[in-house]
Design a protein around this ligand. Structure first.
Ligand SMILES: [Fe+2]
Length: 149
């Protein structure tokens, strides 16, 4: 499934409310929606200028909604869904953030770290609406790049 607009992506991120990565993972305490917001907020704090990295943190969590049950497929599904909209770099970060085989660059390590830390109950990570303009910015930049190619 490929997402065609920021609106579709926002809908999917809203649908992460009340969803967990897997049946045994309710012990992780926060749902995928909160996990997405926290991962993105941690990256925004650490890399304020890198909107693509922040957006990768936000969007990496949609995999379980696209392919329920098949955990190993989640990063690839999420990456494929957003590649056309948000670009190759965002897709690559999402696809590889769970893989241990490829050499991890600093961006991947930051994403992994935020992914692990972004599951705490008390962390105020704001609301999804805060990210709409950031998503639109990254999508617009990507569509301009595609037009040049
Ligand atoms: Fe995650």
């Amino acid at each position: 499934m490929e997402l065609r607009s920021v609106e579709e992506l926002m809908d999917l991120l809203y649908a992460c409310r009340g969803s967990w990565d897997g049946p045994g993972l309710r012990s992780r305490r926060v749902d995928l929606h909160q996990h997405a917001l926290q991962t993105a907020a941690l990256l925004r704090r650490r890399r304020p200028a890198d909107k693509e990295l922040q957006v990768a943190g936000l969007v990496h969590a949609i995999g379980p909604l696209l392919r329920p049950g098949d955990e190993t497929a989640h990063p690839g599904c999420a990456a494929d869904a957003v590649r056309g909209l948000l670009g190759e770099r965002v897709a690559r970060l999402i696809r590889e953030h769970h893989r241990r085989e490829p050499p991890a660059d600093e961006d991947l390590l930051r994403l992994r770290q935020a992914d692990e830390e972004g599951r705490s109950v008390g962390l105020d990570a704001g609301v999804l609406e805060d990210w709409r303009t950031v998503l639109e910015l990254v999508a617009a930049r990507n569509s301009r790049l595609e037009a040049v190619d």
